[in-house]
Design a protein around this ligand. Structure first.
Ligand SMILES: [Zn+2]
Length: 291
């Protein structure tokens, strides 16, 4: 009964905010309501996901490519965020870590996690330099590690389970749980990682799945999708990108299992709100699985 009343209050607050304010203002408003919010920021062809715990601790997973650091910073500033408590670079590819140096330069950073994988690019070196200039330690993360975001959000790293030479295969896969609901963030993890996670007996079942590698056909095997069995899928990519993400094959797979889909290329920033028992959003998921 208490929970129903709280949920009604939250939904009413959101509706009231939505009626009188812009979308961004209503998101700000919802942040005061003890919700866990997950923001898939539209960074074109790349990933950047912001998590805000009910006690207002922040985690940023990736920051898009080099051109997107200032856009991610604007998004954070708009929400009055001064500190990133946990910063994650999932793997050294530019469409994930390109904007990280800008974020490190312009915000207070608590903990910083990256996989144990170096890369010989200026983008990667820029991140190392930005961290060094701030005396920010880079914690090398791998599967089996657990940490909390604030008091309420439990995070587990599920991949990589071993060392790989390929960048995508080194992607940190993070499962974040708030009470009864969980979110799986997969970076650019591929089939091989999915099989390794299944074999490792991790509990990969999650309510929300950010599809690996922008909906590429080399990620999200049917086997993996059935084990995660998400209520909702999210794809982060640029409209009409040169890689043809998301692939037709993946869209057909989602359609086969009737999994509602959010896409940053078609819907811009996507914000999911969670009270620990329900997940809701200001935007409706797509019902047509078309490229
Ligand atoms: Zn990528």
């Amino acid at each position: 009964m208490k929970r129903t009343l709280l949920l009604t209050f939250i939904i009413l607050s959101i509706i009231l905010c939505s009626c009188t304010q812009t979308n961004k203002e209503s998101i700000k408003c919802s942040l005061d309501n003890n919700l866990f919010s997950v923001h898939f920021i539209d960074v074109g062809q790349g990933d950047s996901t912001l998590l805000i715990s009910p006690d207002n601790k922040t985690m940023l997973i990736d920051a898009g490519d080099n051109s997107q650091g200032s856009k991610v910073a604007d998004y954070l500033n708009n929400l009055n965020i001064k500190k990133i408590d946990i910063l994650v670079g999932t793997h050294p590819d530019a469409d994930h870590i390109g904007g990280l140096d800008y974020i490190i330069d312009n915000f207070d950073i608590g903990l910083f996690y990256m996989p144990n994988k170096a890369h010989n690019t200026n983008t990667f070196k820029d991140v190392l330099l930005a961290a060094k200039n701030k005396n920010l330690k880079i914690n090398k993360a791998k599967s089996g590690m657990n940490f909390s975001l604030g008091k309420f959000i439990k995070c587990s790293i599920l991949s990589p389970t071993k060392n790989y030479s390929d960048n995508n295969l080194c992607s940190l896969v993070i499962k974040s749980t708030y009470k009864n609901k969980s979110f799986l963030f997969t970076g650019d993890a591929e089939f091989e990682n999915e099989q390794d996670m299944i074999k490792s007996n991790y509990n990969i079942k999650s309510n929300i799945l950010k599809l690996g590698h922008h909906g590429s056909s080399s990620s999200t095997s049917e086997d993996f999708l059935l084990k995660v069995m998400p209520d909702i899928a999210v794809i982060s990519c640029k409209y009409n990108n040169k890689y043809n993400h998301p692939s037709e094959k993946i869209l057909t797979l989602l359609k086969k299992y009737n999994i509602p889909l959010y896409r940053t290329d078609k819907q811009g920033d996507i914000v999911l709100l969670c009270d620990g028992y329900e997940i809701f959003s200001y935007k409706k998921p797509l019902t047509l699985y078309r490229r």
